[in-house]
Design a protein around this ligand. Structure first.
Ligand SMILES: [Zn+2]
Length: 173
C-alpha cells in the first residue's frame, strides 16, 4: 500500500523519533510498514525514505540506491546508529518531503552504521559514495533534522520563502 509522504512544514519531520520497540521486531505490522515504505519510495522515484516522512515517528528507514533495479541493494535500518564517518563528499541532495529543491550538501565519504534488521538482528554496514550520503540523510530524518540544516542560512531562508509562497497558493500539502 502506498503511503502519503509528509511535506516540509509538518512538525513530525522536525521531531526526533522514538526507537522501534523490541516487541515490534519481526511482527507482521513492522514487515508490512517496511514493504509499504519501499513501495512509496519507489513510486516517488526516491532512493531513501524515513518513517517520519510517512508520519510515523519511529527510528526506521528504507534505502535503495538503485531505485529498485537491484533487489539486493535494498537496505532496511531499524534503530540505526552511525558509528563513524570519514572523509568528505559534496553532492546534490534532495528530499521527498521537500520536492523541487536540491542543494549541494557535504557528507562523509564513508560511513559505518549499526542497526537492527526487521527481525531484530544486529548488523553493521560499511558504506561509501551515494549509499553513505543516503544513510546520513535518512539517519538525520530520525533525529528530526532535514538537509536544509546543512546548507547556508541564505539558501535555507530562500527555500523556506519559496515554500511559504507555494503553501499560500495551495500547492504544498
Ligand atoms: Zn529526506
Amino acid at each position: 500500500m502506498r503511503l502519503r509522504i509528509v511535506k516540509y512544514g509538518d512538525p513530525v519531520l522536525e521531531t526526533p523519533c522514538e526507537p522501534v520497540p523490541e516487541g515490534e521486531f519481526g511482527t507482521p505490522e513492522l514487515r508490512s510498514l517496511v514493504s509499504d515504505m519501499f513501495e512509496t519510495m519507489y513510486a516517488a522515484s526516491g532512493v531513501g525514505l524515513a518513517a517520519p516522512q510517512v508520519g510515523i515517528s519511529r527510528r526506521l528507514t528504507v534505502i535503495d540506491c538503485t531505485g529498485g533495479e537491484d533487489r539486493s541493494a535494498k537496505v532496511v535500518l531499524v534503530n540505526p546508529t552511525i558509528l563513524s564517518g570519514e572523509g568528505e563528499q559534496v553532492g546534490e541532495e534532495g528530499c521527498l518531503s521537500i520536492p523541487g529543491f536540491r542543494e549541494n550538501v557535504a557528507r562523509p565519504s564513508t560511513v559505518r552504521v549499526r542497526a537492527f534488521t526487521v527481525d531484530g538482528e544486529e548488523q553493521e554496514l560499511e558504506s561509501e559514495e551515494l549509499l553513505a550520503r543516503v544513510i546520513c540523510h535518512e539517519c538525520d530524518h530520525l533525529d528530526g533534522v532535514l538537509f536544509l540544516e546543512h546548507i547556508s542560512r541564505f539558501k535555507r531562508e530562500w527555500i523556506k520563502r519559496k515554500i511559504r509562497n507555494l503553501k499560500k497558493r495551495g500547492e504544498w500539502d
